[in-house]
Design a protein around this ligand. Sequence first.
Ligand code: HEC
Length: 169
Amino acid sequence: MSDRYTPDQILGHSDEADGIEEYDNRLPRWWVGLFLFCIAWSPAYAIHYHIVAERSQAGDYDAEMAAAAEKWPQISAEDAANMEITADVLAEGEAIYTTNCVACHAADMTGGIGPNLVDDEWIHGSTKAEITSTITNGVTEKGMPPWGPVLGPEKVAKVAAFVHSKNGT
Ligand code: HEC
């Protein structure tokens, strides 16, 4: 077979391929070598990854989440509810409000897309627990997003304390 191989011969079907000519040359040795190397490498790598090093994407994810939980500790919903409301907490709550809530409830909190938060009419209740619950879970069907997953219990508690402090003002 190798004696019949002559490189750079045009196959001659350009009329079927919009005038594109084709050779049938052998692949370069370096390319075939790379191909065979990959075939040999993949089982070795797979065995190392899954069995020797026991790595997995789920494991990597869990490790990253554990490291993040240590670096940025989240307080529990219960601790958040019992948080002492200081002037600092209210100031942080106001900052969270300014970043996330102004678009729908307005900077002066008199409402727009979302309802007024400084009058004494409440759709979902005016206690701190009720406000916390509304902010955490949202009212998706009315266009209030759930903030629990976005902000976490600590920030929700702070912004809820801020909103609550403005009740009826
Ligand atoms: C995309 C617009 C939008 C954003 C952003 C938004 N809200 Fe709302 N919010 C609404 C709407 C709409 C309602 C009314 C829900 C209903 O009618 O039941 C609402 C309702 C509320 C209520 C209940 C009011 C009541 O009368 O019971 C509170 C409290 C509240 N939002 C707080 C917040 C806070 C705090 C943020 C920021 C973290 C925020 N909202 C961000 C649209 C929004």
